[in-house]
Design a protein around this ligand. Structure first.
Ligand SMILES: *Cc1c(COP(=O)(O)O)cnc(C)c1O
Length: 515
């Protein structure tokens, strides 16, 4: 290392060593990467680029990515071929990743992003700011407040102070909602911890983040009471009320009920309009976990599934799942956004009518348990601005049409048994496939499902998921694992659905016998 001759302030020497020409470096590194990405998207659209390789053993990638010989001593930038070598590294990462831009990507609940998504992530990286306080993120702060207000209004939160904040995923939005419930309904807990034996209620099909929230907040997983569901996977409200009474008799203090909009496995929507009065009767915080299905609110046909959402105390909704906004982007929406500071700020522990609490808060981290935060709301703002409510409606409606087309076609094809409730509540379809249309045991069904899913992935054409039936664990029954295929993307057409069904039938012929 050379020692700068002048003081760092006056020396162009030190500066030039680290940042000789940032604009030029940007051009040399970023432009070729963008061109490479554009080419890959083109290749994907022309059917020349697959979904990616399936790796049997993750350790294979250590050598494929040259990680077993990784040396970080001397920076690549000192090499005359730095730009070229960097591009080769990026290419290798892209080649060894899942190509979510491929129409056969139907795994999990998210889909690929899109050009506006990429653009918004670039802007965030360029700004590289922190949306914890207004001073360092003026534009991003007011954008977050405004877009949250617009989003909240869709769910019927239309009051003057309606709004929301982003959290780093649906799980964190849910966890924060439970924490806010406790802080607002039992303010003394901010100073004294869990002052009561609290009980929380959620359906057996709900997401595990509810249980994790109870663990994290010191309530313990045993304070989560799982309410049974009806045949359509919706919480039984009579059972909810019965359980509330039982737990009260056992000395619990009812605190919170979580209802789900789009359960993770089946995509069911709990009956919010019926849950709301029960929550009110017992003084519970009423949260809706719409991490997955919340954005059905954009669908003209399906928004009715969210009837009663305006009665909730908080709603989680993730633009990163159904809307193609880059991961992560999750909102926690509320009818009155002053609750964020009331529950989370240290300055006003429990004097809720403190004048400070009534002010509009522009230092957003004051309303969270965290400090530094990425301004994820910008990605949703630019996406919504670009596509419009009409564009997002079209996107979600298209996805429902495709999912329904699959369901229809699978029901008419020998060997397929659709287990999802129809008409579909959400965009995933759960089904079994039996190659010779035989009656299979649970273990045989799991074997067939896993074999076919693995082969589809290996073909580079389709990536689909599978799951055990969440009812099995409750009933001690083994019906076997079924496919769970998500039709969430605007690039999936009926042709892709036809190919998927044909491919399942074709690969089904190769399933080895289970001994
Ligand atoms: C995905 C999901 C979550 C968790 O959201 P993340 O953003 O992955 O943390 C919570 N609830 C439901 C119903 C989900 O589908």
């Amino acid at each position: 290392m050379t020692v700068p001759q002048n003081s760092p302030n006056s020396s162009p020497g030190l500066r030039s060593q680290l940042e000789h020409n940032r604009a030029k470096e940007m051009e040399e590194l970023v432009i070729p990467t963008i061109l490479l990405i554009i080419q890959q998207i083109k290749d994907t659209d022309e059917g020349k680029r697959s979904l990616g390789v399936r790796y049997e053993d993750p350790k294979m990638l250590y050598s494929i990515l040259n990680l077993d010989k990784l040396s970080l001593e001397k920076g690549l930038r000192e090499d005359v071929k730095a730009a070229e070598k960097l591009l080769a590294t990026v290419k290798s990462i892209l080649d060894n990743s899942v190509n979510t831009w491929h129409p056969g990507f139907m795994d999990k609940l998210y889909a690929s992003t899109n050009p506006i998504g990429v653009l918004s992530d670039i802007v965030l990286s360029v700004l590289n700011t922190n949306s914890h306080v207004f001073t360092v993120s003026p534009a991003l702060t007011v954008i977050e407040r405004k877009v949250a207000q617009k989003y909240a209004a869709l769910f019927g939160f239309t009051g003057e102070n309606a709004g929301g904040l982003t959290f780093s995923g649906g799980s964190w939005s849910n966890i924060t909602s439970l924490h806010m419930a406790r802080s607002l309904l039992f303010p003394e807990t901010k100073l004294e911890g869990n002052t009561h034996k609290f009980a929380i209620y959620t359906s057996v099909h709900s997401h595990y983040s509810v249980e994790k929230a109870a663990i994290l907040l010191g309530l313990g997983a045993n304070s989560v009471f799982k309410i049974p569901v009806d045949k359509r996977g919706r919480m039984l409200v009579s059972e909810l009320e019965k359980t509330i009474q039982e737990t009260k008799n056992k000395g619990y203090t009812p605190l919170y009920v979580n209802a789900t909009a789009g359960t993770t496995v089946f995509g069911s929507f709990d009956p919010f309009e019926d849950i709301a009065p029960v929550a009110k009767k017992y003084g519970l915080w009423f949260h809706i976990d719409g991490s997955w299905g919340g954005n059905a609110i954009f669908s003209a046909k399906k928004a009715g599934l969210l009837a009663g959402s305006h009665l909730a105390d908080s709603i989680t909704s993730n633009p990163h799942k159904m809307l193609g906004v880059p991961t992560t982007c999750s909102f926690l929406l509320v009818p009155n956004d002053r609750v964020f500071t009331q529950a989370n700020s240290l300055s006003a522990p429990y004097l809720f009518h403190n004048a400070q609490d009534d002010n509009e808060n522009f230092d957003l981290a004051n309303g969270t348990m965290g400090c530094g935060r990425r301004a994820d709301a910008l990605k949703f703002y630019l996406g919504w601005l670009y596509y419009g409510t009409n564009g997002y409606s079209e996107r979600v409606d298209h996805a429902y049409t495709i999912a329904e087309y699959f369901t229809e076609k699978a029901s008419q094809t020998a060997g397929f048994t659709v287990v999802s409730d129809t008409p579909l509540q959400c965009l995933q379809v759960c089904f079994y496939y039996s190659p010779d249309n035989q009656k299979l045991t649970g273990a045989e069904r799991t074997h067939v499902t896993r074999h076919i899913a693995t082969q589809l992935h290996g073909s580079g054409q389709f990536l689909v998921d599978y799951a055990p039936n969440p009812d099995d664990s409750a009933n001690n029954e083994d019906n076997g694992e079924f496919f769970r295929v998500v039709f969430n993307s605007p690039i999936v057409s009926s042709d892709v659905v036809d190919q998927l069904i044909d491919k399942i039938v074709e690969v089904g012929k190769t399933v080895p016998k289970l001994n």
